[in-house]
Write a new protein. Sequence first.
Lengths: 204, 223
Amino acid sequence: MRHQMTTTKARSMNDSSAANDTPDWGALLARVAEHDDKAAFREIYKHFAPRIKAYAINQGFSQHAEVLVQEVMTSVWRNAGKYSEALASVSTWIFTITRNQRIDMLRKLNRTRAEVVIETEDLWQIPTEDTTICSIQNLSTEKFVKNAIDKLPEEQMIALRKVYYEGKTHEEVAEELKIPLGTVKGRLRLSLQKLRVMFEAKEL
Amino acid sequence: MSAYHPDDMTLMNYAAGSLSIPQALAVSMHLCFCHECRDLVKNFNHLGGALLETIKPASTEDEAFDSLMASLEPHDHSDTPKVKVDMGSAEKITQHFNNPLLRYLPTSLADLPWQRQTKEISKFDLTSLLNIKGFQVALQKINAGAKVPTHTHKGFEYTVILSGGFSDELGVYHEGDFIARDTSHKHSPTALQNEDCICLTVLNAPLKFTGWQRIFNPFMAWH
């Protein structure tokens, strides 16, 4: 009896660890959109703000890192109603907002004349709810991408992360890791090949 | 469906947000035509989301949340209800992508005030219209069957075919195709016989890259 209980408990912890440890971000966003729920927004903030800030710092926004966080979280609050889990997970959605806000901030810093400038949102379009993609497939693809990057050898992942997430040039990565430029390029090429093979296998 | 695409590194850099505006314009224009690349970008966006989850969080100030909260307005709840998504459908619906250029052009493509370059080639410059620096961005129109004089490129050139098609020494290209060329290529494109060819071209003028250098570099380093 006792033995049985432990196994059940152990199993349920394993099965649901992902579901239990991670709040349902989509539901929290819905509460923000529908009820202006500050407690829900605080939870989202507590999880994502430090990550957005880390991203900003990695991208070289030392002084402006906190500004980027505030811009992104303002956008998350305002657009909470546009989020649809059919389109992407909340972390992917917030990543795309963060990326666009980062580009926007850089563009504003570099803008000299107030002329017609093509909007960041036109070039990097964030899907909204009228863009329908099958939900089940989309979320499983996402889980799949997470698994796929877990399978990449660490040295490839490090190079990929530096280019993708820290906006580093291949030369900078080579210098930082103290490896030849050709090796960096090789690792990136391999990682992209592997990702593509995994993406394609998924589609079959 | 297009046969020529940006390479994976370019698409990843696009998703990561490290392409320059003109490069992103060329890529996003291709995305309007190509669901394959839209899917790949979607996967690279997921990669961004996954990396955000695994990043080592930085410490934030506690007061920041309260001051942000004080600045936020309640939502307008008079909005129309959400579009329902068919959760049960196994069929894949491809994602829509708007033509990023459309609302910046004064007229439709056909009615643009084209500048004649030669008898058979004309151009509509976008560089100043879009306030772009360090690149030359234009729409080019080549009359059906016409040949563009042989040329090489300083730096690189991206071409996205918006209508019609052309051929050169390396292939035959149609609507939606994305063609990347650099200094090593010498080519003389000829428009296909049946219709005028209109394409978007993005050329980097190897001038000064002041504050943007960081953004250009990742891509340029790939070649």
